[in-house]
Design a binder for this molecule. Structure first.
Ligand code: ATP
Ligand code: MG
Ligand code: MG
Ligand code: MG
Length: 355
């Protein structure tokens, strides 16, 4: 009998569409060995399922109006998901795989729900997910762990609304141009802008503040972009680094998902000692946040001084068949089917560990 895996996709996130693409390849990779029950979460946060695997990419919630699911699997039910009307149990999931990126998926909220339901799930727990999602907390923990990073400042939306001139002056004094302005809790470059002058900075701050009540501003460096995949629980291992060469001025949403001219190089062409350092830093970042299962750790290699700086961690990285995370493992001899299998195993291991 096949183990049942409930796959969650979509979600109330700026990365809803990206999640559908990731989920489709995860579902395909799982489907040989596992009984996959796919649950689509609409942009409004409503759950529907089961969704046939072929419909994941083009998921239209309206087509599943009669397959609405109440969202709390009850602890006593061992992962049973109830379907309205009449709260009829429809599926007994042994493991959950939240293939969700960004808010309400990668930020600890879903993880909290699954903890309440007492079911194993793939990936980092509540605290690690939320710290990984919040770039300000993430940087503070990384700094405490001694990881090298870009200089930054952060501001609340209320301050941006009321004292934008003061903020801009502070950024100009402490960081200068170019700088990168980001919503603190997002991904896929949604809401991120590069600013090279006062006018652009003002626009960028206002834009980021539309996505989040916290905004982070970083010194903009001229960099190569390297990424490392990490896999494991208490003894995580790192893949070789890959390199991204964005087709746009930076790796923005368009360069990631719309324009296919961005290039991935696997492995990255960097000296042996840089490879070692990147792998050490990636594992250190994973451990600093006490992550579980998987993470993709993104780095900058500064072009002028050859410094390796950590940019960020993604606790549920993009997972399409052409995404960096599975590609790096594939290159290391772990094809995507074995990778998802290992992730399910790690989920069960961590669940047992927590008890
Ligand atoms: P992901 O989709 O990986 O979760 P994200 O939305 O969390 O991305 P970042 O990785 O922080 O966003 O930034 C997106 C991109 O912007 C980077 O890949 C890089 O191209 C560019 N970038 C971000 N910060 C800087 C910086 N300080 N200096 C130079 N380039 C930067
Ligand atoms: Mg990110
Ligand atoms: Mg991300
Ligand atoms: Mg990134």
């Amino acid at each position: 009998k096949k183990v049942k895996v409930a796959l969650l996709f979509g979600g109330r996130s700026g990365e809803h569409e990206v999640s559908r693409n990731s989920a489709y390849s995860v579902a395909k990779a799982l489907s040989d060995k596992y009984d996959v029950f796919a649950i689509g979460i609409s942009k409004e946060g409503e759950w529907y399922g089961p969704v046939p695997l072929e419909d994941i990419k083009q998921f239209v919630p309206e087509h599943y109006a009669d397959k609405k699911i109440t969202i709390l699997p009850h602890p006593a039910s061992g992962g049973t998901i109830y379907q309205l009307p009449g709260l009829k149990p429809v599926h007994q999931a042994e493991v959950f795989f939240p293939v969700l990126h960004g808010t309400f998926g990668e930020d600890g909220t879903i993880q909290g729900l699954l903890d309440l339901a007492q079911v194993p799930y793939v990936g980092a727990g509540v605290l690690s997910s939320s710290v990984g999602m919040d770039k300000i907390f993430m940087k503070k923990i990384f700094a405490e762990a001694g990881l090298p990073q870009v200089p930054y400042l952060y501001f609340l939306r209320t301050l941006i609304d009321n004292h934008i001139d003061k903020i801009i002056t502070e950024i100009e004094e402490k960081l200068g141009y170019p700088c990168f302005v980001k919503p603190a809790n997002l991904g896929s470059s949604v809401g991120i802008s590069k600013a090279v002058n006062r006018g652009q900075l003002e626009e960028a701050l206002k834009k980021a503040a539309r996505y989040d009540r916290k905004v982070i501003v970083e010194k903009g460096l001229s960099v190569r972009e390297l990424e490392v995949s990490v896999l494991g629980n208490d003894q995580p291992r790192a893949s070789l680094p890959g390199e991204i060469v964005p087709c746009n001025e930076f790796y923005d949403y368009r360069a990631k998902y719309i324009d296919d001219r961005s290039a991935l190089y696997i492995p990255a062409s960097v000296p042996e000692e840089a490879v070692k350092r990147l792998q050490e830093l990636a594992v250190a970042a994973f451990k600093a946040l006490d992550c579980a299962g998987l993470s993709r750790v993104d780095f900058f290699l500064t072009k002028d001084t050859n410094e390796i700086l950590i940019n960020e961690i993604n606790t549920m990285p993009g997972f399409t068949t052409i995404s960096m995370y599975p590609k790096l493992w594939e290159y290391s001899g772990l094809p995507i089917t074995e990778l998802v299998d290992e992730l399910v195993r790690l989920a069960v291991e961590r669940f047992a560990d927590k008890k």
